[in-house]
Design a protein around this ligand. Sequence first.
Ligand code: PLP
Length: 427
Amino acid sequence: MSLNETLFQRAQITTPGGVNSPVRAFRSVGGTPRFIKKAQGPYFWDADDRQYIDYIGSWGPAILGHAHPEVIQAVQEAATLGLSFGAPTEAEILMAEEICKLVPSIEQVRLVSSGTEATMSALRLARGATKRDKIIKFEGCYHGHADSLLVKAGSGLLTFGNPTSAGVPEDFTKHTLVLDYNNCEQLESAFQQFGDQIACVIVEPVAGNMNLIKASEAFLQTMRRLCSHHGSILIFDEVMCGFRVALGGAQSLYNIKPDLTALGKVIGGGLPVASFGGRADIMAHLAPLGGVYQAGTLSGNPVAVAAGLTTLKLIQKPGFYQHLSTQTQKLVDGVNAAAQEAQLDFCADAIGGMFGLYFSKTVPTSFEQVMKSDANQFKQFFHKMLDHGIYLAPSAFEAGFVSATHDDKVIETTINAARSVFSELTC
Ligand code: PLP
């Protein structure tokens, strides 16, 4: 038995399913999760000392590659000064200033410790500020596991959603309208019917939780226009795509100004930092200024903020995003070409340092389309790539991530592995 298998068996005794976050359990691809011992640059090593080229990058944060020396040094220095104070620090001001500078729609920001906290708090704030209850989200977008966001579409068009998790009362989701991503007509109808009751629309402007799906410009513009017209708050959930697709996030690429933005992942550089922020008049509703309560023992933690600040400094180096996008595009082009040689129904797409691999003829634009891709072929592909030392997201419905340390050699090795794997795939 391999050490990974031994550890997985042991983990299941004391931890439900053996993991602390479900996707790590390999349930949708089968097999044994790899238990990671250490990581450096584009690589990590499992308990059996096998090396992998890593394309999940901690599900987004590791944009500089793993264990960047300057980030590690900043963390070590911060740690020697104390781990947590429960009182404010200057570093938190620096972090807030940096976020507001890089994402101009954010006039004020509050730091939290996870993306879930960021979106959950942004929702509460939107509801508190508008004094409305209803919210709109889109099928296939994931915003963390707050109760009112664990919802799938109801049985009819424009009916309110049903919980996707046991333990979420229908009473909590009855205010959440779930619409199709990239469907402008549906959005128009929803606002026509419920416009004056909608507190906010929350969206991943580049969706990375149903594989990679880009919003159309028309979709985001329609959303902006309708929110402004009806006094609803537009929340961009850029926990994943923020600082990942461009320095100013997806909003800088689409040139659309949301009212609130949730950030996470990259801004913590691998430690638990996330944030929500936006228009100062909306943020003024937050305690201690206003009546919307939100708090956190470890919010703005000094060690985590040190990692985040250093990461934000390093990604501002000239050419950083150019290099990241070029490497990601090389990967996608190479894998696409290899799939064509093998005459497979496969395509790949990229934006910034994020990519999507789809076992379908065309790049999907909605949850419905992405669900039609061939999950069975993905499973085979995933395991064969793993055998070649390439670690992809263990699900056909997650995006992939490239870091600044994925150099030409690493990308070439990956493309060669994909070429060899594609030739062995069966229908
Ligand atoms: N929002 C988006 C877009 C995400 O991708 C995620 C996590 O993957 C979250 C929110 C939740 O973040 P966290 O896992 O830090 O709670």
